[in-house]
Design a protein around this ligand. Structure first.
Ligand code: FES
Length: 141
């Protein structure tokens, strides 16, 4: 019996939105120093809408599956909606993750937030309150 749900296996084996956006409007890179996994997210923004998102993850299967699901959850959404994305929503959308793998989903949430911070900094638009002082959760594992 697998520890992983069918959705996790599907997003691990067929990850959506893998790659790089060359002219990205925002790029976020986060890593977990304990496991050494690294996630990089690229956003393309038009007005208030995230029109494209891609990721590169050097990491475990759950990091790949959560990156993939996170990109699917914010693609075509507004910046405001993407800001609401939590690691829990990503885990729920994957029908769950083993407890030891929850930190992988935290990496996905953080990578998206980091890319959004980069977008607001580069575009000069006013940073939403919830992103001010954003720091990735580096200590969780
Ligand atoms: Fe660390 Fe999955 S084991 S991100």
């Amino acid at each position: 019996m697998s520890l992983y749900t069918d959705k996790v296996m599907d997003h691990f084996e067929n990850p959506r939105n893998v790659g790089v956006i060359e002219d990205a409007d925002g790029i976020g890179e986060v890593g977990n120093p304990v496991c050494g996994d690294i996630m990089k997210m690229y956003l393309k923004v038009d007005g208030d809408v995230i029109t494209d998102v891609k990721f590169k993850t050097f990491g475990c299967g759950s990091a790949i599956a959560t990156s993939s699901m996170a990109t699917e959850l914010i693609k075509g959404k507004t910046l405001e909606e993407a800001l609401e994305l939590t690691n829990k929503a990503v885990v729920d959308a994957l029908d769950g993750l083993p407890a030891r793998k929850i930190h992988c989903s935290v990496l996905a949430e953080d990578a998206i937030k980091a890319a959004m911070v980069d977008y607001y900094e580069k575009s000069g638009r006013e940073m939403p309150e919830s992103l001010v002082g954003f720091e990735p959760h580096e200590d969780e594992h």
